[in-house]
Ligand binder design. Structure first.
Ligand SMILES: CC(C)(COP(=O)(O)OP(=O)(O)OC[C@H]1O[C@@H](n2cnc3c(N)ncnc32)[C@H](O)[C@@H]1OP(=O)(O)O)[C@@H](O)C(=O)NCCC(=O)NCCS
Length: 202
């Protein structure tokens, strides 16, 4: 899949927010905002890896490749309110094309960098919109994610979207030490059953 070449990467509109492909670019103020997010320990704790850098200049130099590398293995979208404010990012990475069906599978990552927006439904709406885009326009068949068992807010949101638990594992990472990690996933068929898709499922 060549994400850059495909004209299907479009801005996606929901009732209270939009998803804007990172390939559309970011204003200077938005880049500054994203860099500040990368410096926030609480955000980094829950999210894992929000792109940052040794300096703001280093961040700006590398961020477009990190958002949307030319190998098409990651696609990233800014989460933008109706008023035009960038409040977070949602992405799909480790994108692979399945041999038998030719459909795509990938891993979801999401965060609201503006913490005042947490717990108000924006994350759930962003993920639902994003999955609809992946399943309807980008030929995805399934999407999975990993989250800490302790991340109740994220888990509740993912469950509401329709993600189901695949497995639970005890893991270690230098950042958080020993912790329980959950793998959750959702198929195009399940998303269609719960939310309805405007294209036929196969
Ligand atoms: C995870 C995240 C994207 C979810 O977005 P959000 O807009 O905050 O989530 P929503 O408001 O849509 O849904 C949150 C759910 O948790 C509940 N909730 C809200 N605050 C909570 C809290 N402090 N503790 C537990 N549950 C909480 C909400 O009631 C809601 O559940 P409900 O729909 O059953 O009522 C966002 O919180 C975030 O960016 N967190 C930090 C980064 C992160 O954890 N990313 C995910 C990594 S896997």
């Amino acid at each position: 899949m060549d994400g850059r070449a495909s004209g299907r990467h479009i801005e996606v509109h929901g009732s209270s927010l939009s998803l804007r492909p990172a390939t559309f670019g970011f204003s200077e103020a938005e880049l500054q905002r994203r860099y500040q997010w990368s410096l926030d320990n609480e955000l980094q704790y829950w999210s894992g890896t929000i792109p940052g850098g040794r300096s703001y200049a280093d961040f700006v130099e590398n961020v477009s490749y990190r958002d949307w590398p030319s190998d098409g293995r990651r696609i990233s979208y800014g989460i933008v309110t109706r008023e035009g404010e960038l409040i977070g990012m949602v992405s799909c990475y480790n994108i692979e094309q399945m041999l038998v069906t030719g459909h795509m599978v990938g891993e979801l990552g999401v965060y609201l960098g503006e913490k005042t927006y947490w717990g108000s439904g924006y994350g759930t709406e962003a993920v639902t919109l994003f999955l609809r885009h992946l399943f309807e326009q980008l030929d995805f068949d399934a999407v999975y994610l990993h989250t800490y068992k302790s991340n109740i807010r994220a888990r509740r949101s993912y469950e509401r979207v329709g993600f189901e638990l695949d497995e639970e594992r005890r893991r270690y990472s230098p950042r958080v030490g020993y912790h329980d990690e959950l793998r959750m996933s959702i198929t195009r068929t399940r998303f269609n059953q719960l939310h309805g898709l405007q294209v036929a499922t196969s």
